[in-house]
Design a protein around this ligand. Sequence first.
Ligand code: DX5
Ligand code: ZN
Length: 240
Amino acid sequence: MVASPLIVAPSILAADFAHLADEVHAVEGAADWLHVDVMDNHFVPNLTIGLPVVESLRKATTIPFDCHLMIEAPDRWAVGYAEAGSYNVTFHAEAAADPVGLARDLRAAGSKAGLAIDRDTPVEPYLELLPHFDTLLIMTIKAGFGGQKFIPQLLDKVRAARRHVASGQLELRIEVDGGIADDTIAAAAEAGADAFVAGTAVYGAADPAEAVRRLRARATSAVAGGATASGAGTSPTTMR
Ligand code: DX5
Ligand code: ZN
């Protein structure tokens, strides 16, 4: 067993935007974080929600917010999401001019700092930056849309990051995002992920809270039963 619980973060991208507060309440008590996908129609083709929605929703729930910024110029915009009370703010490595400086600014504004790596970006060039971050988000699809098919080959990046975290004794969550569901979460957990975003698998289910609990149970039993040479389960983090 890992000492620290695994994180399951439902993505509201798959929720009914006309009833966002109700959709969030549906996972209260089950979800660890609420994953909020911010897309700007530039960094990715899709357009979703932004700061005003985060500010309003923040008042409607106590679940910690995990904001995933798929936007250009995060150096300009990301701190606003920390100031709005987000628990964690993740921006993309491909978009940031000064990732380490921005991580410092996010922490100074009161949130955790996350670095995201899209499908076609190798993780190796960013490993040395990880001491400045609390979260590394590894996309398991191409960022931009929910409901895509999980790409198992991208778990090689999770394994590489987990080895690096274990060897450097870093306190860092490794989060996976895209196509995480009942049939894929165990592989992601075995590869070394300890935070799991799930949109369709949660909000497409008849009972979203039950879906969250089932996902967590599958990930937890995968880690408990299968600590491997990848290092999965050998480096529990204490950060929630
Ligand atoms: C896509 C977003 C994901 C998305 C995942 O770019 O970052 O968070 O909501 O959706 P599913 O779980 O349906 O793949
Ligand atoms: Zn996301």
